[in-house]
Design a protein around this ligand. Sequence first.
Ligand code: NCD
Length: 305
Amino acid sequence: MRHLMSPLDFSVEEVAKVLDLASDIEKNPAKYAHACDGKVLATLFYEPSTRTRLSFESAMIHLGGQVLGFSSAASSSASKGESVSDTIRMISCYADICAMRHPKEGAPMVASAVSGIPVINAGDGGHQHPTQTLTDLMTIRSLKGRLDHITIGLCGDLKFGRTVHSLVKALVRYENVRFVFISPEELRIPSYIREEVLDANGQEYKEVERLEDVIGELDLLYMTRVQKERFFNEEDYVRLKDFYILNKEKMDLAKPDMLVLHPLPRVNEISVEVDNDPRAVYFKQVQYGVYVRMALILTLLEVNV
Ligand code: NCD
């Protein structure tokens, strides 16, 4: 039985297979409409989510399966003091596969050690978010046509943003990817990513503070929200939350084919006037997220269509 904890749990070849399957699902949805008849997905969300949870549920429903779960710690037995390990042992009797989001780094890993069903990490604290990464990879591959030979700017909260940590881990495995990290000093990429992921792979990167200085050299701009819930004090959050606002003037400095991605939810970091720019693909990204999660469920349940 396989789980998905980190984007590195799949080899580059396995990622390509999942993305190929997701693309086939996109083209031939009817072929997969009953692939998971009789199967149940549990969504165990100890932390708020709109997209990720509903995207998993939509994915399972489009495969013909059923879903159950909870959407906050307060509405689960966690509020009575039940451990993640006990909860997953019980859920293993109710469902065939589960997606778990938790504010504590490593909680889905703890669950996977005792689980009788595949566990998917749907975001653990400021750590990893592998299914968002698969979504990002599918968006880039589908709209740019490749995952290698790209310059990607990651902008915003690079310290607490788990989507950034997972995406960097995944992209260092492709040839000639240049990273430009754009953040205020306080929200720079964590040193463990710098040392264990970038330096360890001899990866070229640069760190800057001003988006305007580098936007013109990017093929992709990955914007992120300042992660309010992971700040230790309100004052710092208020000072940093509107550090970047991508607007029309900044888009005018970008290449005509630079794509703007965002894992969403967006707060103020992208002005709504950018939404109609054909280079803004963050809502398309949401749709790719459903195809990718469908492909992932089929892969982990070993269902062949
Ligand atoms: C992200 C997350 O939860 O880490 N959202 C998502 O899953 N699409 C990004 C965020 O919350 O800022």
